[in-house]
Design a binder for this molecule. Structure first.
Ligand SMILES: NC(=O)c1ccc[n+]([C@@H]2O[C@H](COP(=O)([O-])OP(=O)(O)OC[C@H]3O[C@@H](n4cnc5c(N)ncnc54)[C@H](OP(=O)(O)O)[C@@H]3O)[C@@H](O)[C@H]2O)c1
Length: 221
């Protein structure tokens, strides 16, 4: 049984991570701003009231964990604000950068001391953060924030290797959640998380720092 911390655990992909991890017998620490009835129904440990862009909240979370050893940390919380060149919103760009790139980096730094050798860190990114894959333009703030997360993930893979911690940079696919207004062309969170957990299970120090689709495809930077 592994102990796994998941952020953005109250809905969408994070909630599904918690459901599948619990179902396979892992101990889950579900981190969120506000719990939902769906999360509460899982019967996992919930750490609510954590606004990830506030460094004091990250410190509060670390204090609540009280040194609990974490075999995996899944930094999944994220935000998407669509915007093109015509409606650039600098505050929205800053916000996405804070939530999608800076907060995971600060939380990873705060938690590594309680991640033993052999533990794993997953960063939930997006192929929207792939420069090579960008054929449609736009989505400035979201794309910029996910590129920043990707490069942070690569540096983390290098810096954490001596501590025996492996890092996966993961794209879930287009997934039917509130983030994309439950777009019917997306896959269900259940399918996405099955693939994401397979990627996490397969992750080793040798493959650390890779950028994968939940379906196993290696994505270009
Ligand atoms: N769905 C897709 O097609 C897709 C595709 C590529 C990548 N992704 C990535 O996958 C991850 C999960 O996405 P999703 O589809 O599950 O999105 P979602 O349904 O919109 O859920 C987002 C989660 O992030 C949390 N969150 C956002 N801002 C936060 C903050 N400042 N502090 C703490 N928690 C915060 C939300 O909490 P609240 O409920 O409190 O807002 C929610 O739990 C994201 O990183 C996203 O970028 C998703």
């Amino acid at each position: 049984m592994a102990t796994v911390l998941v952020t953005g655990a109250n809905r969408g992909i994070g909630l599904e991570y918690c459901r599948q991890l619990k179902a396979r017998g892992d101990q889950v620490v579900a981190v969120c701003r506000q719990a939902t009835p769906e999360l509460a129904a899982l019967g996992v440990r919930i750490e609510a009231g954590i606004e990830l862009t506030e460094e004091a909240a990250i410190a509060d979370l670390v204090g609540r964990l009280d040194g609990l050893a974490l075999d995996a940390v899944i930094l999944n919380a994220g935000v998407l604000q669509s915007m093109g060149l015509e409606d650039l919103d600098s505050e929205g760009i800053r916000r996405q950068f804070e939530v999608n790139a800076l907060a995971p980096l600060l939380l990873a730094r705060a938690l590594v001391s309680q991640m033993p050798r052999g533990s794993k860190l997953a960063l939930m990114t997006s192929r929207m953060g792939s420069i090579d894959d960008n054929s449609s333009g736009g989505s400035y703030g979201y794309r910029m924030s996910k590129v920043a997360l990707n490069i942070a993930g690569k540096s983390l893979a290098i810096d954490l290797a001596p501590r025996g911690i492996a890092v996966a940079i993961l794209h879930p696919g287009l997934v039917r959640t509130r983030m994309i207004n439950f777009n019917p062309s997306g896959i269900e969170p259940e399918q996405a998380v099955q693939g994401l957990l397979a990627r996490l299970d397969a992750l080793t120090l040798e493959t650390s720092g890779g950028f994968w689709h939940s379906n196993g495809e290696r994505l270009p930077w």
